[in-house]
Design a binder for this molecule. Structure first.
Ligand code: GZL
Length: 323
């Protein structure tokens, strides 16, 4: 009788330890996540940065032995939501969401949470309550805008009429970069954005928008282009050249992402500064998922940081980054 009571007590203690995570047998993972199945809902392939970010993430999953289910939504939120619903139905271990815009995610995040599948938000943000996702891995878009404006202010002694090429409407990247940039130029009464238009983070649209602006505005009045990403800046460079002007000199250019092609443009004297958007978010997000599955606490934001680069180091930066 006594022997059975001891066995019963021992079983209860072990069961409690397992359920409380004290003995993390349920999801014990190696450090890197080998054997996990993770769904990745990616915005699309609208820019060179996004393409590189996808390639880097897929390569890291391969290296770690993670089974990555990849979905390219081609900038459609509906397609992203459908992909996440499919991941949930497959009862996978975790989901990574790179949200195209910031609103409209609460329902699908709730469905994932109800299914017990952790979600990591990567890159752009969502307005859904942070209790609905594990963490967000991203850069600081407001800081990127501030850095771009601070460089332009010193490059123009605080006097410049600026054309702004905005990113995807409704994305937190476009909104926050604009907030940061405007905060800084507000300190300089002679710095003013004369026109702001979206190019949707796309190179062809950046060119088309700049062509239109060069017809509607007096080009001699335009001191600089502030572009929310390098791809639109490269499109604007083409438009400025076709208008017979000298990009990087007649019109200064500052943008964000630090893609290889922007360093090539710097080497050609066509642009002046790029704020780096670190594409290596894959490691921090896989690490956060593994740590969570092993019962460890995770902060609600895991930042990745970048610097600002100029023509003087363009050749070496290009050599480092070209893929
Ligand atoms: C910002 C990211 C942006 C890049 C663009 O973190 O979402 O989306 O700056 C990309 O190149 O299209």
């Amino acid at each position: 009788m006594r022997h059975r009571a001891v066995k019963g007590l021992l079983f209860s203690v072990i069961l409690w330890a397992l359920l409380s995570g004290t003995i993390g047998v349920m999801h014990a993972q190696g450090d890197e996540g080998r054997g996990l199945t993770i769904g990745f809902s990616q915005v699309g392939s609208e820019s060179d940065w996004r393409t590189a970010f996808t390639e880097i993430t897929r390569a890291e999953a391969e290296r770690r032995g993670i089974n990555l289910l990849f979905s390219n939504a081609e900038n459609s939120q509906e397609a992203q939501i459908a992909a996440i619903r499919s991941f949930i139905e497959q009862q996978i271990d975790a989901i990574i969401l790179a949200p195209v815009i910031e609103t409209g995610w609460a329902q699908i995040l709730q469905e994932a949470q109800t299914a017990g599948i952790p979600v990591v938000i990567i890159d752009r943000n969502v307005t859904a309550d942070e209790s609905l996702y594990l963490t967000r891995v991203s850069s600081d878009f407001v800081f990127e805008g501030r850095l771009a404006a601070a460089w332009l202010a010193q490059a123009t002694s605080g006097s410049c009429k600026i054309v702004e090429l905005e990113g995807t409407v409704g994305s937190s990247a476009a909104r926050d970069r604009q907030i940061g940039f405007n905060e800084v130029i507000a300190l300089f009464p002679e710095m003013q954005i004369i026109v702001s238009q979206t190019g949707d983070f796309r190179r062809p649209m950046g060119k088309a928008v700049m062509e239109s602006i060069l017809h509607t505005e007096d080009p001699s009045e335009i001191c600089a282009v502030w572009s929310h990403n390098d791809d639109m800046a490269i499109g604007a460079i083409e438009a400025i050249k076709e208008a017979g002007l000298d990009p990087g000199n007649d019109i200064l250019i500052v943008s964000v992402d630090a893609i290889p092609d922007i360093f090539k443009a710097m080497m050609d004297g066509d642009t002046n500064a790029t704020v780096e958007l670190n594409p290596y978010m894959d490691g921090p997000d896989f690490d956060a998922i593994v740590a969570h599955l092993n019962g460890e606490p995770i902060p609600k934001w895991i930042p990745v940081m970048g610097g600002i680069y100029f023509p003087d180091t363009a050749a070496e930066e290009y050599a480092i980054r070209v893929r």
